[in-house]
Design a protein around this ligand. Structure first.
Ligand code: SAH
Ligand code: SF4
Ligand code: F3S
Length: 490
């Protein structure tokens, strides 16, 4: 590494990321893009490839916003792009493998077109080993920046375009909040809104607390102003984002204001649907349940990752709840919101998981009756405590457990959807179905996908659809004419 490279190279450090202090979180305002950088992209195009969760999807919207302020235009065609950015996910090994595959594949394009700027950002950039591997094996990458450095993009891009060396800027510990970032939202109907960043839970298998920094909440007035603005612009749905939204407000030193309070305030805003993801079972308090039970624009869908149905496994995962506590929470939620749809995330094959312990997960699934579940085979992440644990569960067994779990969930999903046969549901019509342009598709308040035939002018609006063909993952129905089922959001 030469001097020039040192100038921009701040290596990420997992250990530093773990040291959480009580330092104040600063709220910064995104500056106007400096004059000399505002026209850099004129006549040029960008392409962002996004992997991972909704945070990343939304970060890509911010990155797009910054690039467009620099004059760039979006494209879907690699050949047309002057900049290709890969927004990466580090949650499981296969997520990382896909990114390495993509970086390798893009080498050909970069060789043919040396002026192409190839960059990597997102959660993988926060891992030392990844940055080192890119520095040594993938020198055709021009720019690496971390999840805390997005607002620095204009400067980093400027350096990368001017210099010949790879520009790397990744901060390990800093956890500031940057307001006023520009955004190019995916559509005009549904919008993501960050309410907090980072995660302090440190579940033993998970890389996120290292890649996303410490838990920090945006000021309620900033969140509410953003949602009001989206409502004014005609958005029909917002999803509030955080790795653990129930921890919202814990870090606000100047007031006592938590997630339940935020939801209660969001309820008063004229936006038809409000979702949130993800809630951690540990901090799901009674006030929040009480507020969600008021419904209105707060939809009756809660994603409540369980991870396992066995208390011993939950303990070594450091989830900080037992199976009994989780079930008690589920009972409380169902009592307050009888038509609630619960979904979850489950990990199978955690180090040392026995057949019996796995069966507890199966029985939890049956007891809760989730409408759907994201299920994963445990993947060791370097630097996390679980990666150092002895894992004597063979891959074959893990795969077989995943299959059994999925079979059970499919049967439950099918049963749950079958119960909707004949019902008229409120659907937010999103567009033409991917498979058949004559079919429209949209989502219920509980986020189920509904396909039906109807006029195109319904796109972007609410329609009432009678479900007449429920399937395991989707619902098919017919437009229910003028039949009213009450006000939107009732
Ligand atoms: N903050 C969210 C989860 C974000 S990650 C929460 O706590 O609910 C999304 C899901 O990925 C997790 O819920 C978990 O089921 C899964 N996951 C995380 N780390 C994993 C790992 N090392 N191996 C397999 N699955 C993992
Ligand atoms: Fe990962 Fe746990 Fe934080 Fe979720 S709560 S992001 S699983 S550490
Ligand atoms: Fe992946 Fe980072 Fe999200 S690791 S799941 S993109 S927070």
């Amino acid at each position: 590494m030469n001097e020039e490279m040192h100038k921009y190279f701040t290596p990420p450090d997992l250990k530093a990321a773990k040291k959480r202090g009580k330092e104040e979180v600063s709220v910064l305002e995104f500056d106007r893009i400096p004059e000399e950088m505002r026209r850099i992209g004129e006549g040029k195009k960008y392409l962002i490839k996004t992997y991972g969760c909704q945070m990343n999807v939304h970060d890509s919207e911010t990155i797009a916003g910054i690039l467009e302020q620099m004059g760039y235009e979006g494209t879907e065609e690699e050949e047309e792009a002057s900049i290709i950015l890969i927004n990466t996910c580090a949650i499981r090994e296969n997520a990382e493998d896909k990114v390495y595959g993509e970086i390798g594949r893009l080498k050909t394009l970069k060789t043919e077109k040396p002026e192409l700027l190839l960059g990597m950002c997102g959660c993988m950039s926060q891992e030392e080993s990844v940055v080192n591997r890119i520095l040594t094996k993938h020198q055709h990458v021009d720019l690496i920046f971390g999840t805390h450095n997005i607002h620095r993009l204009p400067h980093l891009l400027f350096e990368a375009l001017m210099g010949k060396e790879m520009v790397v800027e990744v901060w390990s510990k800093e956890g500031d909040i940057v307001e006023n970032l520009p955004k190019v939202r995916e559509d005009g109907l549904k919008a993501w809104v960050n309410i907090m960043y980072g995660c302090d839970k440190f579940c033993t298998y998970c890389i996120v607390p290292y890649t996303r920094g410490k838990e920090r909440s945006r000021r309620p007035e900033d969140v509410l102003a953003e949602i009001r603005e989206l409502a004014r612009k005609g958005y029909q749905e917002v999803t509030l984002l955080g790795q653990n939204v129930n921890a919202y407000g814990k870090d606000l030193t100047d007031r006592e204001y938590r997630f339940g309070d935020l939801m209660d305030d969001v309820r008063q805003i004229g936006i038809p649907r409000v979702r949130f993801t993800t809630s951690h079972p540990r901090d799901f308090d009674d006030h929040l349940i009480e507020v969600l039970a008021k419904k209105g624009n707060l939809v009756e869908h809660i994603h409540l990752p369980a991870q396992s149905g066995n208390s011993d496994i939950l303990k070594i995962m450091a989830r900080k709840y037992t199976r009994e506590q989780y079930m008690e929470l589920v009972r409380k939620i169902k009592k307050a919101i009888p038509d609630v749809v619960l979904t979850t995330d489950i990990i199978v094959g955690y180090p040392g998981e026995t057949e019996e312990q796995f069966q507890d997960t199966l029985s939890l699934m049956e007891e809760v009756e989730y409408d759907s579940a994201f299920t994963f085979i445990y993947s060791p992440r370097e630097g996390t405590p679980a990666a150092r644990m002895k894992d004597d569960v063979p891959m074959k067994v893990k795969k077989e457990r995943l299959q059994r779990l999925n079979q059970l969930q499919d049967a439950i999903s099918r049963k749950k959807n079958e119960a909707l046969r004949g019902q008229i549901l409120e659907v937010l019509v999103e567009g033409e179905s991917k498979k058949d342009p004559d079919v429209l598709s949209g989502r219920t308040r509980t986020n189920k996908l509904v396909n039906f035939r109807g006029p195109k002018h319904l796109i972007g609006q609410f329609a009432h659809v009678r479900i007449d063909d429920p399937k395991t993952w989707t619902l098919s129905g017919t437009l229910a004419g003028d039949e009213r089922i009450g006000q939107v959001g009732s």
